[in-house]
Design a protein around this ligand. Structure first.
Ligand SMILES: Cc1cc2nc3c(=O)[nH]c(=O)nc-3n(C[C@H](O)[C@H](O)[C@H](O)COP(=O)(O)OP(=O)(O)OC[C@H]3O[C@@H](n4cnc5c(N)ncnc54)[C@H](O)[C@@H]3O)c2cc1C
Length: 534
């Protein structure tokens, strides 16, 4: 048992847990974070998995909410060395016919690039961007406030006024097909929406994709690797007096009556919190496994066990150590493709995107691998030995293939990785065996084993489906961040609005916790989104 007294205990040291802890510690609250693994950060991990000196972001790589996520300024992350690269050629796709489409940070360049494919689509995209970005505040308020009927209705009103009532009935796929005319423009828009981690063919879920499209060229890369962000947030936490204990999987939440008063870890230690226990991990561990049987009610436990994981958010990754960066055939058409950060290779038409989603939903390996590619060292040469490069390829893939067990991935991952490399080579002929020094496949099973809260390899911790979205996320009765157990709160990515390095679940949980304990004004929250009206 630890003799030290804490006000708050946070379970899980991923970015959500670290961020909650950092705000509380900055407000002078005695806070403990317990992390299962031997290092903090969760999905902010950067490791030398191929060869010494080559650093690979095994999970999050593309950070699309920097610097908009409130933690960035509230925790003064630049003061502790956080820097992001925001590559000018931000999002793009080479095509088999030798052309390419590139979207830039500079909107005029994007317009010109799209106009080469369709002037109508260039106009439509520019019109969309200007309309939607005029409502950035409303979008941020929606993302960074607990979901209430009012906040959801406000956002819906904005989208309906811009895009019509239909937008809440159709899928992202249907919306893109009706909004743009050129298949390649459609494919790039859908690619961008899909990497937000949801099935773009699901009806009733066009609006999150449309929201993401508003930030289509905001993909950014953390200098030194994604893990640097975890170090920085964790550093703020510790410097303000927080206690971080790694290698400490929580196995039990200690109750006094119906109140959470502490936790037990697998090594037998107990820690006590005078105010609250905050879980920044998945629901099943928290409310089913850590509590006495059915403490939150049998019905709720059953509902939690039935929640959907890994739909549209489980990935097969391949990490490469390279002698030289890829040179695309399409560079003859536009040399910027060689310097584009976030690349779609293989979704040439919207049908390609839909086919890939269907295959994944049917638990099939993609017949034609379709890749999300990046070469981070083009922007941050410190991530490989001087003159060398790293390569990253991801694609959606099911946790289980057919009726095989998830372990089947271990049998096929190397062969499948070679098939994926062959696809990259079709577009960039110098991706030869000679150029590739080492290959490290990373399967949905690897994700689930390393990040136990990403059940079934699902990177949102809980899939984004119409039934698990808005004020229904994770379940209507839990969407308020409180639980049936007094003093036990939820702040992980299963909460509104979802996972990804977006930071909203923990930020939203803090607003509830801050109010419940009368400390909201002490928390270093700069932008009080919830106070602003539409
Ligand atoms: C392959 C892959 C690629 C991705 N790419 C991107 C991307 O490019 N951009 C993006 O924004 N997002 C990306 N993501 C998603 C992103 O990484 C996650 O959504 C995000 O990390 C979730 O943050 P979190 O803090 O909620 O959970 P996590 O990052 O999973 O952190 C939870 C922490 O809790 C710990 N924990 C679990 N159980 C216990 C326990 N019992 N006791 C104590 N600690 C425990 C875990 O070890 C972990 O450190 C990707 C994810 C994957 C898997």
């Amino acid at each position: 048992m630890s003799n030290k007294k804490f006000d708050f205990i946070v379970i899980g040291g991923g970015h959500q847990g670290l961020a909650v802890g950092a705000y509380l510690a900055k407000a002078g609250e005695r806070t403990l974070i317990l992390e299962r693994r031997n290092e903090m950060g969760g999905g902010l991990s950067t490791e030398e998995v191929t060869l010494p000196g080559f650093y690979h972001n095994l999970h999050s790589n593309f950070h699309g909410m920097i610097p908009l996520m409130p933690q960035y300024n509230d925790l003064e992350l630049e003061k502790v060395g956080v820097r992001y690269y925001h590559p000018e050629a931000n999002l793009g796709m080479p095509l088999k016919d030798g052309r390419c489409l590139v979207w830039y940070v500079d909107e005029i360049k994007t317009y010109e690039s799209i106009a080469k494919f369709s002037k109508k689509d260039a106009d439509a995209y520019a019109d969309f961007k200007s309309k939607v970005t005029a409502h950035t505040d409303a979008m941020l308020r929606y993302i960074y406030s607990p979901p209430t009927k009012e906040s959801i209705e406000d956002t819906h009103k904005v989208l309906v006024s811009l895009l019509g009532e239909e937008v809440f009935k159709i899928s992202a796929y249907d919306w893109v097909k009706s909004y743009f005319e050129n298949p390649h423009v459609q494919a790039l828009a859908l690619f961008h929406m899909s990497i937000a981690g949801y099935d773009i063919t699901q009806k009733g879920l066009a609006h999150p994709g449309i929201g993401y499209l508003a930030f289509a060229t905001n993909w950014q890369l953390c200098r030194g690797g994604s893990h640097f962000l975890a170090h920085a947030v964790g550093g703020v936490f510790v410097r303000h007096g927080g206690d971080l204990v790694e290698n400490s999987p929580v196995k039990e939440i200690i109750l006094e009556g119906n109140r959470a008063v502490g936790v037990k870890t697998q090594d037998g230690k107990s820690y006590f919190a005078e105010k609250a226990v905050i879980s920044a991990i998945d629901l099943e561990q928290t409310l089913v496994n850590f509590l006495p049987q059915n403490a939150v009610g049998k019905e709720l436990c059953e509902k939690i066990k039935k929640l959907e994981h890994g739909r549209g958010d489980s990935l097969f990754g391949i990490h490469l150590a390279l002698k030289e960066a890829p040179r695309y055939t399409a560079a003859k058409y536009n040399p910027d493709i060689n310097q584009t950060f976030n690349l779609n290779i293989g979704y040439e038409t919207p049908e390609d995107v839909a086919e890939h989603m269907d295959e994944s939903n049917r638990r099939e390996l993609p017949k034609h691998p379709r890749l999300n590619v990046s070469v981070n060292t083009l922007f941050d040469p410190t991530q490989a030995p001087k003159g060398f490069h790293t390569g990253l390829m991801w694609q959606f893939a099911p946790f289980e293939i057919g009726d095989k067990s998830p372990e089947y991935w271990n049998e096929i991952k190397h062969d499948f990785a070679q098939k994926c490399i062959a696809v990259w080579r079709e577009y960039a002929p110098n991706m030869t065996e000679d150029n590739i020094l080492a290959v490290y496949p990373y399967t949905p099973l690897d994700t689930a084993q390393k990040m136990v809260n990403m059940r079934r390899g699902g990177f949102h911790t809980l899939s984004l489906t119409p039934e698990q979205f808005d004020d229904k996320r994770p379940l209507p009765e839990l969407s308020g961040f409180r639980t049936p157990i007094e003093g036990l709160y939820l702040a992980g990515s299963a909460m509104h609005c979802h996972g990804g390095i977006v930071g909203s679940p923990s930020y939203n949980a803090l607003q509830v916790i801050g109010k419940d304990f009368g400390i909201l004004d002490k928390l270093p929250i700069g932008n009080k989104f919830w106070e602003k009206k539409a």
